[in-house]
Design a protein around this ligand. Sequence first.
Ligand SMILES: [Zn+2]
Length: 441
Amino acid sequence: MAIKDVPKYKDIRNKIRRNGSFPYVGTAVKDTHVIHHSLTPMNAGGSNPYSFADYHIDTHGWPSIGYNIVIMPDGTVYHCNDFDKRAYHAGNTNTRSIGTCLAGDFRKGKEKPTKAQLKSLYNVNKELYKELKNMRRTIGHFECPGYSWKNCPGDGWDYNDAINQKTGSSAGPSDLPSYYTVQEGDTFWSIAKEIEGLSMDDLMKMNPSIDPKKLMPGMKLKMAKEANGSTYTVKKNDTLWGIARAYSGVDASDIKKANNLKSDVIHPGDKLIIPGKKNNNTSNSSSKTSSTSGTIKKGSNVTLSKSANKYATGERIPSSVKGKSYTVQQVKSDRVLLKEIYSWVYKKDVNGGSSSSSSSSSSSSSNINTVGHIKIVNVNNAAIVMDRPDRENSKNLGTISKGKKVEIAGSVKGKNSNTGYWEIIYKGRRAYITGKYGKQV
Ligand SMILES: [Zn+2]
């Protein structure tokens, strides 16, 4: 599988030196994009994929270069290893991940990635989410289990700024909220550009009574498009996930089914049928799960057992993830997909559907107390909102623009500081942003 739509793309998989091959694992297990820097100064003679391959083969005894992709200072994207292989770059995370290395030494006080490099990283990341259907998160090497000591991809930059340039969240199956409350400084354009699958035109059509020039804070805008068998014409850079998210009650697999698509690949100009809304409302499961005990189904609240050892994909489950409750998004034979961490685990490792677990987890989304405000600072455009404080297993919920004021929530566990993270209230839910991106006001 090659990647398309990435400028400066060079496929060198058949040219780069090999001394054996990496194990085949398929692409279905790939849900993580790991970012590295090479630690070699940009202008050093050996700062290129061919030299990395020599080093990895001769010094480490590996089959070839350990990364899937290398991005050069001029923005050239070298594709070095197939995506369906387990290349060696991030230890325990290798099976489930694609490794991208930016050539350079990006530790504090050393070099910075070039603009061309950042642009290519953005393109590559976006493309991976498009090509690999289970891709869910992008993390730095230091965020992989066991690597918190590693200064990779370097503390002199923040890869999040590059990968979230435009899209905010990369891909998420949950619907947009039906209504959006206008905040100070918002325009139709600024709202639409944050959300894949939603254009300014859509916003205007959905809200015919609102004059875009007279937006006032507090106004409610209709956001979710009604599907009901309408058609959607694919635009450049659209993904199935993004399109589905903009319609209420429809997910990517529904669109796939309705259009007989064999893969997630869609092309600009394709006309897609958007099937009608499903009856069940899985996003608000609090009342439904209370009567079911023991049967695990879509929408069930389950607790991941503390004795659980491995994900269904084979990776070790970090202890920070265990003992917490999650929503079941999908059930398949002996395994379930947990919505909040986007991971498949074995059914035997979850304790399901009991009323006690559902009531405890649903209470977290209401009755959140505000204890103060922060202002978004130290970012180029916007801070990313995460659903969990630890980046390792969290997903992006959206973004909050620079300069915006946000309510912070009280918590007994939360660090709520600029060295830890801020626990904030985001669309009525408890959510988190990186500490340095907020200043208490
Ligand atoms: Zn690394």
